[in-house]
Design a protein. Sequence first.
Length: 588
Amino acid sequence: MTSCDGRIGYVDGEGLTGVAIDHGYSGGPLWSGDAGAVVGLVAAALTPPRHPRYGTPLAYSPEHVARRSWGIPWQRIRAELARAGAEHVLDEPAPADGGAVDPAHRALAAVLGRALADPVRRADCARAVAARCGHHHRADGSAPSVDEFARLLTADGRALPALTEVLHPAAPGAVAELLAAGRMSGVPRLLSPAELDELLALLGQVPAATAARFPSVIRAALPLAELPGALLAGADWGSPDATVRMARITALVEYLEGLRGDSHPVPEGTSVVPGLLRVAVYVAALSPSGPRDGLHGWSTAVAARLGVHEAALAERRADAHEWAERQRAPMAAPRVLVRLTAHPDHDGTHHYRLRLWCDEGAGPRRVSDGGDRPRSAAQAAEDILTVIEPLHRALPAGIRPVIELIVDREGLEVPVDQWEWPGPAGLLPGVLGAEYPLVVNCPELLRGERFKAARRHRWERLDDGGAVHIDRSTGGKNGVYGLLMDHLDAPLATVDGVPADVRVEIVQLCLAMGVPVVVWDRDKAGESGSPAVRVVAGTPPGRLPETVRAYRARTLGRPQASLGRPVLAWAEPGRELPQLELADPTEP
């Protein structure tokens, strides 16, 4: 700019190079390389000399006048807009709270200007977004400016997802641009209001037993994410109170919306699978058919809107399915099977005869020396721990062998979980039930075909079949029989608050009628209601062996706070048991 009279600025090129302005530039922005900004509008230019006959531009020569252009400076533009009352169009939009402009505002406004240049289309989209997000909209049918629309998208976290939901069927390319621009801001959320409501409704349909496993589901779905401990802590994920459960789930969803995901785009150029969608497909893999199908449909629709490729979502579903299949094998750890018979002594104490097998996946193999010598409880614990110790070498961290006691009806309440052997140096307590998951199995009660199919059916519903709770109000054998026949899907029965002699009979009845998992308290004090049963009853059945083990460990360190002696009967259909050799009944 060589001179300016306030209305017109004269722009000359440097030396003889001329100015790169030609016909058709009028009205365009006049850019200053030094200032790095637009300083006005192009108004006119001296054009090159033209051929007198053909009218084509001639090449410059040193005899020609240097090229000159005219521009309208920004000061004049602002002054004229001020006189018209429209000076504000040159200002950056100021947020309502007086703070800084959202960093995504300019990019969002640019995309909106291209995608919704038609005011009618912009007005339609604005009304749709306002309706979905609960905002008022203009009644005269007029459209908001792109700046106004962009301000809404950076003020309401659900507005951008709602807009992309409206635009996606007809303009998926614009949706991708809007989502990319929105990632510059910390305001937009992942889900539209409708998507959020649908997800919460579907998660509300997930059985309480499955919801109780959400912490482990999230860790499996997001192995690389740093999750706050408080987010997953607590025992109320599987609470029977739906309100309590949904409060935890809602807080979880709101947190997971902020996680982008830890996978690579498949193929290149598409979006990664967000953390919330990864969790949703893992929950679906663990859920019964109703919520599972709903979550599949929901995740497909949301992934399509976000630009996630079908192959990427399918890969996450395959991972989730494989993980869920592993979870459905709760006794996958090696088993040490202990055939136990008790023999009373003259002084009222007992000695025990043991036969031991190991099952590491290929079926039981005999590991005891074949001797049936009588043992004390401590000697029996020593023999069992001696068999278990070598198994640890081949096990990954976090997996512990399971001790499965094979007993007759009279042996269901033998306190094997309390047996201990302190080792050769007397250093380690070695309490069996605190160190290892310990369950009892009574094949004597599983014979016959009458309830064989029922046991298999209940076991197949281990994750979502619920539980039956038996107490004084249930009544005697007829009451228990009627309760079990009324709940044919339940794989778990808890027996609590009944006298010891009645409890033994009820436990045996449950096992004989095909209930594969039964929990009760061996402590007589539990006749008035067992804290141990109450604590473990909310655990998903597949996790009960470990939960009962942890409770038994707590009774050692905090006996006053952890009362009771929980017993867990476990009869998994299809699990091979050793062929037992019948002992001579006359043998002492």
